[in-house]
Design a protein around this ligand. Structure first.
Ligand code: GLU
Length: 311
């Protein structure tokens, strides 16, 4: 790692990145297929980095809540993986999809077993498992998030959830299709409802970076000292986010950034450097692959300036 940044406060690094990215004036569009998401101010931009020893560094709009959307998929995966362990992989694979996040085509070829837990179909299977494990699945997800971040205020945005529920034909199609292969147990409408509430959870960059410390810190929560994932499970979740976290831009993210991470159509990206830190960037302007334009650039600058990634 570049000695300068090794010994320096990360704050200076984040400010430098923030200013450089702002100067580039990168555009992008808010996601409009969920109407409520298209109302978000496109100029928001925040960055937070939390080290495994708990130090927090933030710039910009890092303390504003935003819709975590697909980033929630990694967190629900972290809830079910310890319960099912390797049996989980009978219902969902671990291969990158190379197609868009809500693609239907692959499922037909692969008999209703989604390629991985981070595309919509795979995340629906994970949410289906949460529904069969818990009586109040949404409350359980919120309590897990509040626990791992030592927060009390993490909740969902009702309007956002309803907006997505009312525009979820494609996700319903995915769920019905998997149900025809007996890979979904829940009632499809109930499943979509739970999934949309999960996606409508709002967190700040700081809160999300604290949550992702679980993956940076080999499965151990730094606040409670609990080993919530085994070393192997944490390592494997990082392998999945590295290869599948950015849909059909996963290769680009590995190439330019080189960290396990996950994006969401709310404009957030969470990534980790195992053993060192987790980092979250939020900016709602998305590129044509549905990933935050400023977020991608900011993380590329981070690993370039550090001279360090997982590779
Ligand atoms: N709730 C979104 C959906 O299922 C999440 C997509 C994303 O963030 O990539 O369409």
């Amino acid at each position: 790692m570049n000695e300068f940044y090794h010994t320096m406060n990360y704050k200076k690094l984040l400010v430098e990145i923030y200013n450089e990215v702002q100067d580039l004036n990168l555009k992008g569009k808010t996601a409009d297929y969920i109407p409520e998401l298209s109302n978000i101010d496109i100029n928001k931009f925040g960055l937070s980095l939390v080290t495994v020893s708990g130090e927090i560094f933030s710039v910009g709009d890092a303390c504003e809540k935003f819709s975590i959307q697909s980033i929630s998929k990694v967190l629900t995966l972290a809830m079910v993986y310890p319960k099912l362990d390797e049996k989980l992989w009978q219902r969902v694979g671990v291969e990158p999809s190379g197609s868009s996040f809500n693609s239907l085509a692959q499922l037909e070829w692969e008999n209703g077993i989604p390629r991985n837990p981070l595309i919509n179909a795979g995340a629906l299977v994970v949410t289906d498992i949460i529904r069969s494990l818990y009586e109040n699945p949404v409350a359980e997800i919120l309590s897990f998030l509040n626990k791992i971040t030592q927060s009390a205020s993490i909740t969902y945005n009702e309007k956002m959830a309803e907006s997505e529920i009312n525009h979820s034909s494609r996700n319903k199609a995915l769920a019905h299709f998997m149900k025809s292969f007996a890979n979904i147990e829940s009632n499809v409408f109930k499943l979509i409802e739970t999934y949309c509430y999960q996606c409508a959870i709002e967190m700040t960059c700081e809160e999300l970076a604290k949550a992702f410390l679980l993956f940076a810190n080999h499965g151990k929560n730094i606040y409670t000292n609990e080993q919530l994932l085994t070393l192997s499970q944490a390592k494997r979740i990082n392998a999945i986010t590295q290869t599948c976290g950015f849909y059909d831009e996963a290769g680009e993210f590995a190439y330019k950034v080189g960290l396990p991470g996950k994006s969401g159509v709310g404009g957030g990206i969470a990534a980790v450097l195992p053993g060192k830190f987790s980092v979250v960037v939020w900016s709602p302007g998305l590129n044509d692959k549905g990933n935050s334009s400023k977020g991608m650039k900011a993380l590329e600058l981070l690993t370039t300036k550090l001279g360090y990634s997982i590779f």
